[in-house]
Write a protein of this length. Structure first.
Ligand SMILES: [Zn+2]
Length: 63
């Protein structure tokens, strides 16, 4: 049985989107519904990039 030994590198799938009306883009965490931060309207999902979960959380500073 193979046990994963390197499971610390967690990734989270963000929702990348654009708002054609505002010509702006943004990213939304998977637990939130994507909406334009400019007009609050509907957006067009363009990609679902996977980013390290550590990038969204506060990393502990190395001493
Ligand atoms: Zn907009």
């Amino acid at each position: 049985m193979r046990a994963p030994r390197h499971d610390s590198a967690r990734h989270v799938i963000l929702t990348a989107w654009i708002c054609p009306g505002c010509d702006v883009a943004g990213r939304t965490p998977p637990e939130d519904e994507p909406e334009c931060w400019n007009c609050g309207g509907e957006v067009v999902v363009t990609a679902r990039p996977a980013v390290p979960a550590a990038g969204t959380a506060t990393a502990q500073p190395g001493s």
